[in-house]
Write a protein that binds this ligand. Structure first.
Ligand SMILES: C[S@@+](CC[C@H](N)C(=O)[O-])C[C@H]1O[C@@H](n2cnc3c(N)ncnc32)[C@H](O)[C@@H]1O
Length: 318
């Protein structure tokens, strides 16, 4: 950064509300609506601050359907500057904001959690409402490869469909989910499928507590669009991928079905290839070109992103 750019960036950060925004976005990406609520300022006012900071390269703006979200810049120099500035702030400065952020988060998680507990019994039918399930599953099987797999981990397993789809190729599998109702269904489904070596765990995709590089196949099927911080979930999923192993993420390509937010608790209306590939590469995996399935009647397109952790060469290899 030259001197002029540094001054511009410092100016953009040098205002109390803008420092608060930086501190909040260091925690997670947020919509204008959420920021305005946490900062207790009107949306137009918050938008003005955000525009200035985005123009200076401190934060990134990304529209998602009719909403606009913001996150910290991914530029390493800008990040260094932001970290330095935030380090200087007294921890007590942001306490009220953190409390309101926590409130927003709790409400969001409670709404999503209640939704999954409620829809669990119908989930297997609902999954196929939007897309052609058999085509998606055939593509997932192909993307996973032949196997056999030592350990398959399915994050946000829901009713366990990925476990039953791939379980036959796995020596053991783990399905993790936040919803107990979903886990109960998954238990019934894997038993019905005759799969024995399957563990179903209550847990959070953001901190799975599973050992690093412990699975040769990790799946995140139709989960990312519910999450407040999909980048962190991708990092955690990637952390689990063993040397020579593979991560498969299945989700929607960007779409315009706003009603899915209200009716089905979607937070993000799909993901662009570049965004997901960037997260995968940041997490140290090698992404392949995504598989994009043909859109359904509503215009929803399913994308399958795969990424590998290169095999570590044997120490004594010739
Ligand atoms: C749309 S369902 C998909 C389930 C399954 N992967 C499938 O495709 O059938 C999303 C699942 O993610 C789970 N989920 C949402 N947030 C989660 C989190 N933070 N950690 C773990 N699971 C989560 C929900 O409980 C739900 O079962």
């Amino acid at each position: 950064m030259n001197a002029d750019q540094t001054v511009e960036v410092l100016r953009a950060a040098g205002e109390p509300t803008r420092l608060r925004v930086l501190s909040l976005l260091a925690g997670e990406e947020l919509s204008v609506m959420e920021l305005s609520r946490i900062l207790e300022q009107s949306q137009p006012r918050v938008s003005r601050h955000l525009k200035l900071m985005a123009d200076a390269g401190l934060i990134e703006r990304f529209p998602d359907g009719a909403r606009v979200f913001y996150r910290l810049s991914s530029d390493p120099l800008a990040r260094r500057l932001i970290d330095t500035v935030l380090d200087l702030l007294d921890a007590s400065e942001g306490e009220a904001d953190d409390r309101r952020l926590e409130e927003v988060r709790r409400e969001r998680e409670a709404a999503a959690g209640a939704y999954f507990e409620r829809v669990a019994p119908q989930w297997d039918r609902m999954r196929s409402l939007y897309v052609c399930e058999s085509a998606v599953e055939a593509a997932i099987l192909e993307a996973a490869g032949e196997g056999p797999f030592e350990r398959v981990v399915d994050l946000g397993t829901g009713s366990g469909r990925m476990l039953t789809l791939l379980g036959g190729k796995a020596r053991m599998s783990i399905g993790l989910d936040l919803s107990q109702n979903m886990l109960n269904l998954a238990r019934a489904n894997v038993t019905r499928a005759g799969l024995e070596k399957v563990e179903l765990r209550h847990g959070d995709i953001f901190s799975t507590r599973l050992p690093k590089q412990s699975a040769d196949l990790v799946l995140v099927h139709q989960v990312l669009h519910y999450l407040a911080d999909p980048a962190t979930a991708v990092a955690e999923a990637s952390r689990l991928v063993a040397s020579g192993g593979r991560l498969i993420i299945v989700d929607f390509a960007p779409h315009k079905l706003e009603q899915l937010r209200e009716e089905h608790q979607h937070r993000r209306l799909g993901f662009a290839d570049d965004e997901v590939k960037h997260w995968l590469a940041e997490a140290g995996l090698q992404p392949s070109a995504p598989i994009v399935l043909p859109p359904d009647v509503e215009g929803l397109t399913v994308s399958i992103w795969t990424a590998d952790r290169p095999a570590v060469a044997e120490a004594n290899a010739a």
